[in-house]
Design a protein around this ligand. Structure first.
Ligand code: PMP
Length: 388
């Protein structure tokens, strides 16, 4: 098979030592070695969430973590406020509906971030006090939009509603301070900024959320955070865990911390800036509004006259560079370029060179090398800034 470069916003390229960890022998998931592995994962994950509370590990993709949060925190009939900024925010609202919640929606135009002032107004309306939950997205992968979670926290902190934050494609790529910001349940997954294979969801739960969970009529069985907590206290998961994925995540986290939080944050931000600079130079307009750019995924319209689906097909089939298309109403309209995973600067520049060629193949007028030069400038500027 020809070599491909995976630049999706998840799953992402995984380093060889992380892949190799998946070949380690199985262990007793009710024994001391697994308990040690789980304790290590929790210890190393807490600083990334910015919490000293519990972090639970579920054998599932991110959606399982979202379902566990909703099913455990709320009871059928509870009113929750959903604040979607794209497809994944809408999916979280759907999970709440399926679990019996009455969902109200605060709408935001696609490409924009959630406006904290609009949220404040909505919560201040006379019936805002009745919300049991507020559903938020840290990073909306479908639009390349990142919400300002510190600014949103200034609005939600102190409100009686539990805050559920989907940070599946956000956590690990930029600062997150769950405790300081006062968020209740934050969910992430292994296959994004942690550069591990898919299969593990991480769910951080505040002490306030535990109180609510203990008194709610939870609707989940497999995805029951109370059961997860009970077994975690014994160094176990309630159900047979994907042991190989847990190994891989442990090695990925070790690599993550060897670089350090700051270096990880800087790399994602720099890569995203470099990709945006390249897209703009090549005549692709960035979908997210200027104050709402994600650091993990860049969404852009192709230049006029270039079909997005044709561009993706050419890029993948002719040049071996795999990026994503649009979702929902943006299907066929935009392309999305991920910045997460074991991606070197040379990978990024190579992918941009391939993008130039694919754009030219699809009929766009491009100065070959101009996108690479724009991205390279961002990378060198970032290096100069971090040295000085
Ligand atoms: N939320 C967001 C913001 C995501 O990006 C994704 C995955 N792209 C999900 C939820 C769903 O996660 P998973 O596919 O791991 O279930």
């Amino acid at each position: 098979m020809r070599k491909t470069l995976l630049l999706l916003p998840g799953p992402v390229p995984v380093a060889q030592p992380v892949l190799e960890a998946m070949s380690w022998p199985m262990i007793n998931h009710r024994g001391p070695e697994f308990a040690e592995l789980l304790a290590r994962l929790e210890r190393e994950m807490k600083p990334v969430f910015g919490t000293s509370s519990d972090v639970l590990f579920l054998g599932s993709s991110g959606t399982g973590g979202l379902e566990a949060a909703v099913a455990s925190c709320f009871s059928p009939g509870d009113r929750v406020l959903s604040c979607p900024v794209g497809v994944f925010g809408k999916r979280l609202a759907e999970i709440a509906r399926v679990n019996g919640c009455t969902v109200e929606v605060l709408e935001t135009p696609l490409g924009a971030a959630l406006d904290p002032a609009a949220l404040r107004t909505r919560l201040a309306q006379s019936d805002g006090a009745g919300f049991r939950g507020i559903l938020l997205t840290h990073n909306e992968t479908s639009t390349g939009v990142q919400n300002d979670m510190a600014a949103i926290a200034a609005v939600t902190r102190g409100h009686s509603a539990l805050t559920i934050v989907d940070s599946v494609s956000g956590l690990g790529a930029s600062p997150f301070e769950m405790d300081a910001w006062g968020y209740d349940v934050v969910i992430s997954a292994s296959q994004k900024a942690f550069a591990a294979p898919p299969g593990v969801a991480m769910v951080a739960v505040s002490q306030r959320a535990w109180k609510a969970i203990d008194s709610s009529r939870g609707t989940g069985y497999y995805f029951d955070l109370k059961k997860a907590r009970e077994f975690a206290s014994k160094g176990q998961t309630p159900w047979t865990p994907p042991i190989s994925q847990f190994y891989a995540l442990a090695v990925a986290l070790e690599r993550y911390h060897a670089d350090g939080l700051e270096a990880n944050f800087e790399r994602h931000a720099t890569y995203a800036r470099a990709v945006r600079a390249a897209f703009e130079t090549l005549g692709c307009s960035i979908f997210s509004r200027p104050d709402a750019h994600s650091v993990t995924v860049v969404a852009a319209y192709p230049p006029d006259g270039v079909d997005a689906a044709q561009l993706l097909k050419t890029l993948g089939e002719r040049y071996g560079v795999v990026i994503s298309g649009g979702q929902g109403e943006l299907t066929g309209k935009i392309v999305r370029f991920g910045t997460m995973g074991d991606v070197a600067e040379s990978d990024l520049l190579g992918a941009i060179a391939a993008l130039e060629l694919a754009l030219a193949d699809c009929g766009a007028t491009v100065g070959l090398g101009s996108g690479v030069a724009a991205a390279a400038l961002v990378l060198t500027d970032a290096r100069t800034a971090s040295v000085s």
